[in-house]
Design a protein around this ligand. Structure first.
Ligand SMILES: [Zn+2]
Length: 287
């Protein structure tokens, strides 16, 4: 079956649709892990087949802790997606990462609790390498997209992924700063892990909406300013994504596409038919 999409776009807070996708149609995708956050919007953007998914559902109906990350990523894989651009609104933990800037993190730090973060288990054990969680090729394309759109962009840094939904205390925010963290969000770590297990390229486009609460000005910023910044960030992100898609080479030359090659430890003779069937899309070429 021909792939329905090549590039997946996951829209976070504020980014519930991607204008400019041609011949767009909606598809519901069934996965062994349940229902994705919403229907996927399939169509053509900058001449490439894309699949768009609103991470929190259209209308923003899902808490970060309620998102079925496994279904969202499995659904992308099922549609034939090979690379994911993931957009996330974040708080800044550094003075120099200013509101309206874009950050392309290279690392994640996990402060979530008990979220399902793997497709494995149930009779198949795999340990992926996750030392470099971001695809360098997609990250570079996003940097090119930022440059083309004239958006301030910082390449590198660490995205601390917290559970939420409440934001941090000042004590937590200051500890994260002392650890050398750069931005804080609530969603991208699970997506990155699952994308790696699914052998998909993954990179985060983090939109700085405000400073986290450590900053002296934090309490002085009005809700209307935060919303205005979120809306401006979303318009910038849409331009950056288009530029990134134009900059993405057609062929994948990174290591992401073979992430499972040496990761599965279970003796193939011990894998049940049922487990193999459930994960056939991911492990079929190895087992
Ligand atoms: Zn890659």
């Amino acid at each position: 079956m021909a792939a329905k999409a090549e590039i997946g776009i996951i829209g976070g807070s504020g980014l519930y649709e991607m204008p400019g996708i041609e011949r767009v149609r909606e598809v519901e995708v069934v996965t062994p892990f349940g229902k994705p956050s919403d229907a996927y919007g399939l169509g053509i953007l900058e001449g490439r087949k894309v699949a768009f998914l609103a991470r929190h559902g259209r209308g923003h109906v899902l808490l970060p802790s309620e998102i079925n990350f496994r279904a969202n990523i499995f659904g992308m894989k099922k549609l034939g997606v090979e690379r994911i651009i993931s957009v996330s609104a974040v708080g800044s933990l550094r003075e120099e990462l200013e509101p309206l800037d874009m950050v392309l993190p290279s690392q994640f730090f996990d402060r979530t609790q008990a979220r399902p973060s793997t497709f494995f288990g149930g009779g198949i054990v795999a340990h992926i390498s996750f030392s470099d969680p971001i695809c360098p090729v997609v990250q570079q394309a996003l940097a090119a997209g930022c440059a083309e759109a004239g958006v301030a962009c910082h390449v590198g840094g660490t995205y601390l992924c917290m559970e939420g939904p409440a934001f941090s205390t000042k004590a937590e925010s200051n500890v994260y700063r002392s650890w050398g963290m750069d931005v804080i969000g609530m969603t991208n770590l699970q997506e990155a892990k699952l994308a790696r297990e699914a052998e998909l390229c993954y990179a985060t486009l983090a939109m700085v909406t405000d400073y986290d609460c450590w900053h002296p000005q934090h309490d002085a910023v009005s809700v209307s300013t935060v919303i205005e910044y979120l809306n401006r960030n979303v318009r910038n992100a849409q331009a950056v994504i288009r530029g990134a898609i134009r900059a993405l080479p057609a062929e994948r030359t990174c290591k992401c596409s073979s992430a499972l090659a040496h990761a599965i430890l279970t003796d193939p003779r011990r894998v049940s038919v049922r487990a193999k069937k459930k994960l056939a899309l991911l492990v079929g070429k190895y087992l």
